[in-house]
Design a binder for this molecule. Structure first.
Ligand SMILES: Cc1cc2nc3c(=O)[nH]c(=O)nc-3n(C[C@H](O)[C@H](O)[C@H](O)COP(=O)(O)OP(=O)(O)OC[C@H]3O[C@@H](n4cnc5c(N)ncnc54)[C@H](O)[C@@H]3O)c2cc1C
Length: 377
C-alpha cells in the first residue's frame, strides 16, 4: 500500500513539499495537493502588480501546469479538517490521509480594522494589489499613508519596500514634490533581527523624506474625515491609504480545533502538531519564525525529508533551523538582502547585504528556480 499524503494548500510550503516528495519518491507515494485557487502568485509579485510593473496574467502560475509523478492536484475548497481521523472534507469530496500536512497560510481579517474596506485599500491580496494599480495613476497630490494594522504579518520588509517603491513611482511621474509619504509599522524597527538592515532602511526613508512611525498599528480608519486612528489614539490624515490588514489563520483551521492563540502550534524542529501523523508548515503555524515564503519552504523541506526517511527507511533529517534569505527592494532597481537565522542560536540574527543590481539578479533567480521546480516553466 502506498502512503497517502494529503497536502492542504498549494502555496510556498505545499508546492515545495510535493515537489520534493515527487522528485525523490515519484509514484512510490500517493500525494494529493488541494487548493481552492487555480493559480499561485508569489507574494512579492503583488508589489509588481500594484505599481504597474507586471500584469496579473504575467505573474499567475496556473496549477494545471503541475505535472509530477505521484502528485495529483485538486482544485477544491477545504470545508473541514478532522486532525484525529486525518480526514479532510471539501466541497466535492472526502480525502483520507496517512499523513496530513496543513499549509493553508494566513488569511486577512479585514473586519478587525473598522473602515479598512470602505475607506482604505490593502495591497496584501491579489485583488487589493490590482485595485491599487488602478488607483495609483489617479493619485497626483496629497498624503499617502502606508499602514500596517497588526503584527504578525507576512514578509515584514514588504511595507518598507512599498514606501520606497512608492517614492520611485511618484518621482518618475514628477509628482514627488506634491506628495507626502508616511509609514506606520507595529514593529520597533523595519527588520528587528537585523539592525544593519533596519539602519539602511531608516537611512533610505530619511533620504527620501518618508515619515516613519514605528511601534504603532492602525486600529481604524475614519472615511468621513480621511484619518487613520493609531493604537495610541493619535490620528494621521491621508488622501491615499495603502494597508496591510490584520492576519489570522483560515476559518477552517480555527474550526478544526488545531489552533491555539490564533495559529497551529508545532514542534519547531519537526513541524509535527500534537496530532499523530499531522504536520503543519508555514504562515498557518507558530514555529518561531516570521511569516514568509522562505520559511514555509524551509519547514516543508524538513517535513518532506522526514517522510522520505520514514518511507524509504533512512535517517531522519536535521531539525528545522529557521534560516532564510529575504530580498528587499530599495528602489531604483537596487535590491538588498538579509540572511536571517531564527532558531539555531539563543536569539534571532540577521546579516545584511547592501542593495545592488547584482542582488536584483539573485532575486530573479530565486523566483525562476522555484517556477521551474514547482511548475516546470
Ligand atoms: C506583498 C507581499 C510580499 C511578499 N514578499 C515575500 C518575499 O519577498 N519573500 C518571501 O519569502 N515571502 C514574501 N511574502 C510572504 C509569502 O507570500 C507568504 O509568507 C507565503 O506565501 C506563505 O506560504 P504558505 O505556504 O505558508 O502559505 P500560502 O503561500 O499563503 O499558501 C496557502 C494556500 O492555501 C490555500 N487555501 C487557504 N484556505 C483554503 C481552503 N479553505 N481550501 C483550499 N485552499 C485553501 C490558499 O489558496 C493558498 O494557496 C510576501 C507577501 C506579500 C503579501
Amino acid at each position: 500500500m502506498k502512503t497517502r499524503v494529503v497536502v492542504l494548500g498549494a502555496g510556498f510550503g505545499g508546492l515545495e513539499l510535493t515537489t520534493m516528495l515527487s522528485e525523490t519518491l515519484g509514484a512510490e507515494v500517493d500525494v494529493t495537493l488541494i487548493d481552492k485557487n487555480d493559480s499561485f502568485v508569489f507574494g512579492y509579485s503583488k508589489l509588481d502588480v500594484m505599481f504597474g510593473r507586471s500584469t496579473l496574467e504575467d505573474v499567475r502560475l496556473p496549477y494545471r501546469e503541475i505535472v509530477k509523478p505521484g502528485v495529483r492536484f485538486v482544485r477544491e475548497t477545504i470545508t473541514s479538517i478532522d486532525p484525529e481521523a486525518r480526514s479532510v472534507t471539501t466541497g466535492g469530496a472526502v480525502h483520507e490521509a496517512d499523513v496530513l500536512v496543513v499549509a493553508l497560510g494566513a488569511d486577512y481579517d479585514f473586519d478587525a480594522t473598522p473602515g479598512l474596506l470602505e475607506a482604505g485599500n490593502e495591497f496584501y491580496s491579489v485583488a487589493g494589489a490590482q485595485r491599487l494599480s488602478e488607483l495609483l495613476p489617479e493619485f497626483s497630490q496629497g498624503r499617502a499613508l502606508i499602514g500596517v494594522c497588526d503584527a504578525p504579518f507576512k514578509c515584514p520588509p514588504a511595507p518598507s519596500e512599498t514606501a520606497l517603491l512608492l517614492h520611485d513611482y511618484l518621482s518618475t511621474r514628477g509628482l514627488r514634490e506634491d506628495c507626502e509619504i508616511s509609514f506606520v509599522l507595529p514593529l520597533g524597527s523595519p527588520v528587528p533581527p537585523s539592525p544593519d538592515t533596519s539602519r539602511a532602511l531608516l537611512a533610505a526613508f530619511a533620504e527620501r523624506d518618508i515619515t516613519f512611525v514605528p511601534g504603532r498599528r492602525v486600529s481604524s480608519l475614519d472615511p468621513a474625515r480621511q484619518v487613520a486612528v493609531l493604537d495610541d489614539g493619535s490620528e494621521l490624515p491621508y488622501d491615499l491609504f495603502l494597508g496591510v490588514p490584520k492576519h489570522r489563520a483560515p476559518d477552517v483551521v480555527i474550526e478544526s480545533g488545531m489552533a491555539e492563540n490564533g495559529y497551529i502550534p508545532v514542534d519547531s524542529k519537526t513541524l509535527q502538531t500534537r496530532f499523530p501523523g499531522v504536520y503543519a508548515v508555514g504562515d498557518v503555524t507558530t514555529a518561531g519564525v516570521p511569516k514568509a515564503g522562505v520559511f514555509s519552504e524551509g519547514a516543508a523541506r524538513v517535513v518532506a525529508a522526514s517522510l522520505i526517511a520514514s518511507i524509504r527507511g533512512g535517517e531522519q533529517p536535521q531539525p528545522y533551523d529557521g534560516r532564510g534569505i529575504c530580498y528587499i527592494e530599495f528602489g531604483a532597481g537596487r535590491i538588498g538582502r538579509v540572511e536571517v537565522d531564527f532558531l539555531s542560536g539563543p536569539k534571532p540574527t540577521g546579516t545584511f547585504g547592501e542593495p545592488s543590481a547584482a542582488l536584483a539578479a539573485d532575486k530573479q533567480r530565486f523566483g525562476s528556480t522555484r517556477r521551474a521546480r514547482w511548475f516546470g516553466r
